[in-house]
Ligand binder design. Structure first.
Ligand code: HEM
Length: 410
């Protein structure tokens, strides 16, 4: 973290320097001159239009194609939407989403028999991991999710991960925990025939570790981002009974259903407010709050010359809370997304350019569905008035946790 930040935490530090009028603000990070991008226009250049001027490691997820399910390929946009397979894949994804969300509601109901207050983490992460392992690989992660989530939480909390998620980026004493996570990853691999696996391009080129890293990173990107986003969204709506009621009413539009019809996910007109609510939550609490890039060559950005090797940070958190681009920037106002009158790169919870999250579109729908399904069944509040703090690690974590009181809607 920046070492000229005095006693400020990283979020306060970035927020304070983003108040500057300059489009690009320099600071010292562990002895290296680094830049904070401070305007949507420059964010667009760094992430998208001039991304070749920055180091952009390629993610290996497209190489997992041969072991991904059709619905997994749909989620990661590896199926052309004009392809006939696309609508069948979407239906499969909907079914899994529906079944797992019903299971989530059941396990909340079970917990309610002993306590109406539920701590969301790591409960939501484990559930999300099971959902995504099923969607992506058709594998049941329920026996392994607890251990997997716990291990990666420890790695993240102790800053053992750089921005790489590979065994070689861990200290030797943590290699054993990495191995325990790999037991689950090898289950995924064993499910597929070895001939398919060993003929695999990535496996042949780089060997086992790179292949397992690609599986782990895809899963991690998915469940961590999604569970964090769902947690913050629940925290925001628990304080806003009116929004809850309106989202509930939206779920009643389909008059025949005692459960939300799956087709409603496809029909954006029915989940309009739920989608706006998820977007507003991603604006205030972007799970990937900082996107780091390194200049590959000398480049002029705004008034400044950035030299090869210097770090450039794009911070969704500061751009998305800037009063320069957002009215009442710190307030939770989902309906602001009824019109999109913000600059394009002032809202970048999924990044931008070729590294933009491939699952962005479907993730939004899935989250809107989850929030609608929960609010259809429950009213949510929190009796404790203790505010939840933000803990900026690789993802934007709630601290110490988010606790929700669930009450049946009558
Ligand atoms: C609300 C949920 C999510 C958020 C906020 C989110 C955010 C992001 C962001 C910001 C990036 C770009 C990182 C960068 O530019 O450095 C990214 C990349 C990625 N995301 Fe997501 N994501 C979410 C859900 C998912 C899901 C459900 C999956 C699928 C399993 C997924 C898979 C990926 C992958 C594979 C990449 C890497 C793309 C590449 O580097 O080529 N994400 N995500």
């Amino acid at each position: 973290m920046p070492n000229n930040s005095k006693n400020l935490g990283p979020l306060e530090f970035f927020s304070s320097i983003s108040a500057s009028d300059s489009d690009l603000v320099g600071f010292d990070q562990h002895g290296n001159h680094t830049w904070l991008v401070n305007s949507p226009e420059l964010a667009k250049r760094v992430l998208a239009s001039e991304q070749s001027s920055f180091i952009n490691p390629t993610h290996e997820y497209p190489h997992l194609r041969s072991i991904l399910t059709d619905e997994g390929k749909y989620l990661l946009k590896l199926i052309d939407s004009r392809n006939d397979k696309s609508s069948t894949a979407f239906k499969k994804l909907q079914n899994k989403l529906f079944n797992h969300t019903s299971a989530l509601i059941l396990s909340i109901e079970e917990k309610l028999t002993t306590n109406k207050s539920i701590e969301l983490f790591p409960f939501l992460k484990e559930w999300m991991m099971v959902l995504l392992a099923d969607i992506l690989f058709d594998v049941d992660a329920s026996p392994d999710a607890k251990e997997f989530v716990k291990t990666w939480d420890i790695f993240e909390k102790n800053s053992l991960l750089a921005h790489e998620t590979s065994a070689s980026s861990l200290l030797p004493e943590h290699q054993q925990e990495w191995q325990s996570c790999n037991i689950f990853v090898s289950k995924i691999i064993q499910k597929y025939k070895y001939d398919r696996f060993e003929n695999h391009k990535v496996y042949q080129r780089d060997g086992y570790e790179v292949f397992t890293t690609a599986i782990t990173r895809t899963l991690l990107n998915g469940y961590n981002g999604m569970a964090t986003a769902l947690g913050w969204t629940l925290d925001l709506v628990r304080k806003d009974a009116k929004i809850q009621q309106k989202i509930f009413q939206e779920t009643q539009l389909n008059k025949d259903s005692s459960n939300i019809e799956l087709e409603q996910i496809a029909d954006l007109t029915n989940l309009k407010l739920a989608i706006q609510t998820v977007k507003e939550s991603l604006r205030l609490y972007p799970p990937a709050w900082l996107l780091n890039r390194t200049a590959l060559l000398d480049i002029k950005l705004g008034e400044h010359r950035v030299f090869e090797g210097q770090g450039v940070c794009v911070c969704p958190y500061t751009l998305q809370r800037s009063p320069k681009y957002w009215q009442k920037a710190d307030r939770f106002l989902p309906q602001r997304f009824a019109q999109s009158n913000h600059p394009e790169f002032a809202f970048i919870p999924f990044g931008g350019g070729s590294r933009r999250c491939p699952a962005a579109g479907t993730s939004l729908l899935m989250l809107a569905y989850m929030i609608s399904a929960l609010l259809k069944k429950f009213k949510i509040t929190n009796s404790s008035s203790q505010p939840v703090a933000i803990w900026p690690l690789i993802s934007l974590k709630p601290f110490p946790n988010i606790t929700i009181d669930f009450e049946y809607r009558d």
